[in-house]
Design a protein around this ligand. Structure first.
Ligand SMILES: Nc1ncnc2c1ncn2[C@@H]1O[C@H](COP(=O)(O)OP(=O)(O)OP(=O)(O)O)[C@@H](O)[C@H]1O
Length: 325
């Protein structure tokens, strides 16, 4: 499909494995286990799930910071692996990453000017006055004064540092930005400012976002489509608000029900402490079965799948909600 700018097929990432020096087996951790996602040009795909469900591992593979163990990633029809092996810069000009922790993602010894100049120099071949002009333009894009170019990261608040992180991503002039929990480390009032800024930039530069968060209310506010991840897999996907209005996967229902106050959606109380399965010994059936009030025998034996077409509302569940009656 022509408007698909990113697509993954059966993406898997296993950490560890292999043999120890004494021929013992090293344990394997299955972080991502067969993820298919597709992203249209200009949309925001929200990816939501609890800590440890594989969101960051997926995000890192999408931008080439980590290599899949299996499966593939295509960017506008080109294999990400091919782009990586030909020219890392070509990949960086297409897709960029914004990190969760804004201050620690910036080099503490470098002035902001140096941090932002590197992508302009190496990815966009700018130098001299053109580079200087672009630096000021980037600061203006993220609503920071140009004097801030000559400061160090520790002189910034979290919100300002995240604006710099966003400016660094914009410097490459990418088509796609992967935002990995971009506002989770910020105060609620600052979160709204950064989310508004991201929204403006998306419209202004025709960007495509993959927005990763554990916070359902943030994902609901920013996404055109949403994928819910659980234990390394996508378990539900839907366009618009469908997933929030009528969730089909019992896990999504649980996430929504654990939302006592606006802005605080997510697992709370007892559920927050309920354990994910052991990633070194995945259960044979549905990974959510041990926590699922509707689980039956088939759920403990086979892994449910779903047709996650672009605009389908689908859940990988043998007994999806809404069809129970
Ligand atoms: N380098 C690694 N080596 C071994 N295991 C890893 C590594 N990176 C991640 N994992 C494991 O993979 C699983 C998924 O981790 P990941 O960080 O992708 O989840 P997440 O949903 O982003 O969680 P969080 O929001 O807490 O970062 C976890 O069980 C984690 O312990």
């Amino acid at each position: 499909m022509p408007d698909i700018v990113l697509q993954t097929r059966d993406l898997v990432r296993v950490f560890g494995g292999g043999r120890t020096l004494f021929m013992g087996k090293k344990p394997s951790v299955y972080a991502v286990r067969g993820v298919d996602i597709a992203v249209r040009k200009g949309e925001t795909l929200g990816i939501v799930g609890e800590s440890g469900c594989g969101k960051s591992t997926l995000a890192r593979m999408l931008v080439g910071l980590d290599r899949p163990s299996d499966g593939d990633i295509q960017l506008s029809g080109a294999q990400l692996n091919d782009l990586l092996s030909q020219d890392r810069h070509a990949l960086s000009r297409r897709i960029q990453y914004v990190f969760q922790d804004p201050i620690s993602s910036l080099n503490p010894r470098k002035l902001i000017r140096e941090t932002l100049s590197a992508p302009l120099r190496y990815l966009r071949n700018l130098s001299g006055k053109a580079l200087e002009d672009r630096l000021k333009e980037l600061m203006d894009c993220v609503n920071l004064r140009p004097e801030f170019l000559d400061r160090y990261p520790h002189e910034f608040s979290g919100g300002q540092a995240q604006r710099i992180g966003i400016a660094r991503a914009l410097a490459a002039e990418p088509e796609i930005i992967v935002l990995d929990e971009p506002v989770s480390a910020l105060d609620v009032s600052v979160q709204a400012q950064v989310l508004n800024l991201l929204d403006d930039l998306k419209a202004r530069f025709g960007l495509t976002y993959i927005f990763i968060s554990h916070d359902l209310s943030v994902v609901e506010a920013v996404s055109d489509r949403v994928a819910v991840m659980y234990f390394g897999r996508v378990v539900e996907q839907a366009a618009g608000k469908a997933l929030f209005v009528e969730p089909r996967h019992p896990y999504t229902r649980l996430l929504l029900d654990s939302a006592p106050v606006p802005g605080k959606r997510g697992l709370q109380g007892e559920e927050a402490n309920a354990e994910l399965p052991d990633p070194m010994a995945p259960p044979p059936g549905c990974a959510f079965a041990p926590r699922c009030p509707y689980a039956q025998d088939d759920c403990r034996k086979k892994i449910p799948d779903a047709d996650f077409g672009l605009d389908n509302h689908a859940a990988a569940c043998f007994h999806p909600l809404g069809r129970m009656a």
